[in-house]
Design a protein around this ligand. Sequence first.
Ligand code: HEM
Length: 194
Amino acid sequence: MSTIAEVTERILAQMPPAARFTAEDEALLIRFAPSLAELEERLIRGFYDVLFGHPETARILSTGERSEREKALRRWWSRTLQGPFDARYWQWQAAVGLVHIRQNVTNPMMIGMWGWLLNALQGELLETLRLLPHEAARLMEAFHRLAATAQALTAESYLRHYLIVLSRSTGVSTELIDRLVAVELSSFDPSAEA
Ligand code: HEM
């Protein structure tokens, strides 16, 4: 059974370094952390307004108080602004994939909300924090690399753990499942769908 640490390492190694969150991005985020922390209320409110306003996601959140549901993302935002972006942090992003499987949160829901978050952040940096355009642009670059790295980890760990559980419960190795998928799709012609 692969550990979260192994799965995380394998996913990060697949990402081209130019696309991954960097040490410079980390330094920049930490420098702006006090201002970014002021956005917590607005971002969390907006995020959950969207999720509670959509039946498919509202259904998942419907148990318990809204303030309880909000805790996961508040904790994530404050930990993200504190750093460090070490192995533990990235393993946590991979672990979110598993928590999401357990809660029936799908990758389209997660990726969709990352897109929402990036757009919301861009507006907040300019309109609420009134950063200079070049500062906002540089910070958004860092957030986009953070988004790509976190989404890769959360979505791929979701898929890998789905396969690991399938493999353990059927006795078919994940390598064999990969090969069966390749054989099954070898004659697939995407242009027939265009
Ligand atoms: C930007 C996208 C998202 C991020 C960064 C994110 C992050 C997180 C984190 C950090 C956790 C806590 C993991 C832990 O236990 O340490 C979590 C849990 C959870 N997330 Fe997400 N999430 C995202 C999108 C979503 C979406 C779209 C939903 C849909 C309803 C969702 C629903 C949940 C639920 C129900 C939990 C479990 C919370 C609990 O146990 O109280 N998340 N998420």
